[in-house]
Write a new protein. Structure first.
Length: 107
């Protein structure tokens, strides 16, 4: 009988709290996109790592970036770059390449 009832204060407070939390989540997501938490894209390959990789290569018949990455506990992109450098130096020879991966053999 009388018109629309007013909402209790507790419901209004809950809604305001949810909106504030949503704003904080949005701010956190935006902060990560600005580059504050971005890992450096520059890959530094030390001589020690290259020597360790060359020892692994001597043990294998064929070398793929994935095999090297798992055995040397490095990322796939670093493994690809190391294999590419070693191929240019003539330490290993590229046998096969397609758009996804390459296969190398110790020369």
């Amino acid at each position: 009988m009388g018109g629309a009832s007013k909402k209790p204060i507790s419901n209004v407070e809950k809604r305001m709290k949810k909106e504030a939390e949503a704003q904080q989540k949005k701010e956190k997501k935006k902060a990560s996109k600005t580059g504050n938490e971005v890992i450096s894209k520059n890959i530094v390959i030390s001589d020690e790592m290259v020597k360790r990789v060359q020892e692994e290569i001597k043990k294998e018949k064929i070398i793929t970036p994935y095999n090297l990455a798992t055995k040397a506990s490095i990322t796939l992109s670093v493994a690809k770059r190391i294999l590419k450098d070693l191929n240019q130096q003539g330490v290993i020879k590229e046998v096969y390449r397609n758009r996804r991966t390459a296969i190398y053999v110790a020369s």
